[in-house]
Design a binder for this molecule. Structure first.
Ligand code: NAD
Length: 514
């Protein structure tokens, strides 16, 4: 039996009070109180109610935001990178001070349980620390020249205005990944958050504005515009936006990628995933079950890295599935801000309908469904579900789709080659994992002919990446890389410089001219 943690859910008035308190603490303007005023509605999936309304940016306002960012770029790009780092360091300090308030907003708007919401804010703090260090490490290379008396090198320069479009499910961390790195790289940022999470965006932006004021950075380096697809499209089309970093569904990436390419802009796409874990006969099943349940049911299945497909050796499938099903039965579902809850709400009714549709399709394709029912939390407008485990025949259409809900499809394999082929058989290529104690199996999974994903893990689940590595995926996931490692290079332009300090003019490749 699934335990519903909190009943009744917090009222809308209680949620509004929490929002006002958090916004006041971070120094952000509290948005309009009238939920019927039009514009972008700020709802909470906790009870499904509209809490506030936020003004949608008009075309003129988006244009002005891009213009202001372009103007700020003119001075920001020549500000020494370590000085730029001081701005990001201050932002990181403010995030530490306001971690709880920011997490509370993430819980209210995105429905994350408190621990995961705090983790998301910690991720912002971590990337700020990373970016501050990076501000002293924007290294180029010196390369051996084939010509005497010549020096050949690469230098990295700021790129320009970075447009950032983000998804609802990581309402603050993805902005921070982009913004902290872009700012130390000397770029300026125009952010369009998800229309489902306008409040967290206002709070982030207020903290950055405070950081700018505290260190004397131009406030124009960071701009916020609010709205949905139409507002995002203005960033897509605008030539002044040198890089468009867009996080969201494959559908969104398919719409914007070609349009940015058409104007020869750069695009950094972080799109949907359909992540698998292979479990081999040698796996430590206790560890595997913990990793699988967190990755598959955590965040109510609404992470891009959520584990959606389990590829299990046939000899251990029955045991593993029965352990996952009994772990699922103990997962407390309910108010994400209540102590003990592990599974919060789906973001909205459409997500629930998508989940129901996928489970029906899975059953029609021969799947056996356990769980997946709606959980009654005493509020019709909120959508809470029991995570579902579905035993599938290997060949099935539905497992190739990313359904943004807690559905774990389980399939069996006989040979590791077969398991790897199944891992790679979907159009998306974000995250993957293998649970094994056999070093040969682990290395095979990570090898060039192993997992084709941007993330391939051993003995941990598919979700919960650290900021130190580059984050992103292949194929329909879009190919972008954000966050750590050398992902910063996407936010800069590279110049190759050859300096002749001799009094001769030898030509490359031994060419003689005249
Ligand atoms: P979504 O595609 O509906 O929206 C994402 C953002 O794109 C929103 O801000 C939206 O307003 C904007 N948008 C949509 N169409 C647009 C267009 N034509 N032009 C400009 N902007 C447009 O996604 P969502 O439901 O908010 O988020 C869930 C999806 O995001 C899932 O597919 C998930 O896997 C993916 N995601 C990927 C990553 C990653 O790093 N790979 C991270 C988080 C989420």
């Amino acid at each position: 039996m699934t335990t519903v943690v909190t009943s009744p859910l917090p009222t809308s008035d209680a949620l509004r009070t929490r929002v006002r308190e958090a916004m006041t603490a971070v120094g952000a303007q509290v948005p309009l109180g009238d939920p019927n005023a039009g514009g972008v509605t700020a709802s909470s999936p906790i009870n499904g109610d509209v809490l506030f309304t936020v003004a949608e940016s008009t075309p003129d306002q988006v244009d002005a935001a891009i213009a202001a960012a372009a103007e700020a770029f003119a001075t920001w790009r020549t500000t020494p990178a370590p000085v730029r780092g001081a701005l990001v360091a201050r932002l990181g300090q403010l995030l530490v001070e306001h971690k709880e308030e920011m997490a509370s907003l993430v819980t209210i708007e995105a429905g994350k349980i408190t621990s995961e919401a705090l983790g998301e804010v910690q991720e912002m703090i971590d990337i700020c620390e990373f970016a501050v260090g990076l501000s002293r490490q924007l290294y180029g290379k010196t390369i051996a020249s084939e010509r005497p008396g010549h020096r050949l090198m690469e230098t990295w320069h700021p790129l320009g205005v970075v447009g950032v479009i983000t998804a609802f499910n990581f309402p603050v961390a993805v902005w921070a990944w982009n913004t902290a790195v872009a700012l130390v790289c000397g770029d300026t940022v125009v952010w369009k958050p998800s229309e489902l999470t306008p409040l967290t965006a206002i709070a982030c932006h207020a903290l950055l504005a405070r950081a700018c004021a505290d260190v004397g950075a131009p406030e124009g380096v960071s701009q916020l515009v609010q709205g949905g697809r139409e507002v995002g499209e203005r960033l897509v089309e605008d030539h002044r936006v040198a890089l468009l970093s867009a996080t969201g569904s494959v559908r969104m990436g398919r719409q914007i990628g070609p349009r940015v390419a058409q104007r020869f802009g750069k695009a950094l796409l972080e799109l949907g995933g359909n992540n698998a874990a292979v479990v081999t006969p040698s796996a430590d099943l206790d560890l595997a079950v913990r990793g699988i349940v967190f990755s598959a049911a955590g965040t109510a299945g609404q992470r891009c890295t959520t584990l959606r497909r389990l590829i299990v050796h046939s000899s251990i499938a029955d045991e593993l599935v029965s352990r996952i099903v009994s772990a699922y039965a103990q997962l407390p579902v309910g108010d994400p801000s209540a102590d003990g809850t592990l599974v919060g709400p789906l973001i909205h009714e459409t997500s629930y309908r998508d989940m129901v549709g996928a489970l029906q399709q899975a059953a029609a394709e021969g799947g056996t469904v356990v769980g997946g029912e709606r959980v009654d939390v005493g509020d019709e407008g909120a959508f809470y579900v029991r995570p579902a485990v579905v035993r599938m025949p290997a060949q099935s259409e539905v497992v190739h789709l990313e359904t943004f809900a807690p559905i774990l499809y389980v399939m069996t394999y006989e040979t590791l080659d077969e398991a790897i082929a199944m891992n790679n058989a979907v159009p998306q290529g974000l995250s993957s994992a293998i649970f094994t104690l056999d070093v040969r199996e682990a290395e095979r999974f990570l090898a060039a002919d192993g997992s084709d994903c941007g993330i391939a893990n051993v003995n941990i689940g598919t979700s919960g990446a650290e900021i130190g590595g580059a984050f992103g995926g292949e194929k329909e996931t879009g190919g972008g890389r954000e966050s750590g490692s050398d992902a910063w290079k996407a936010y800069m332009r590279r110049a190759t410089n050859t300096v002749n300090y001799s009094s001769e003019l030898p030509l490359a490749q031994g060419v003689h001219f005249g």
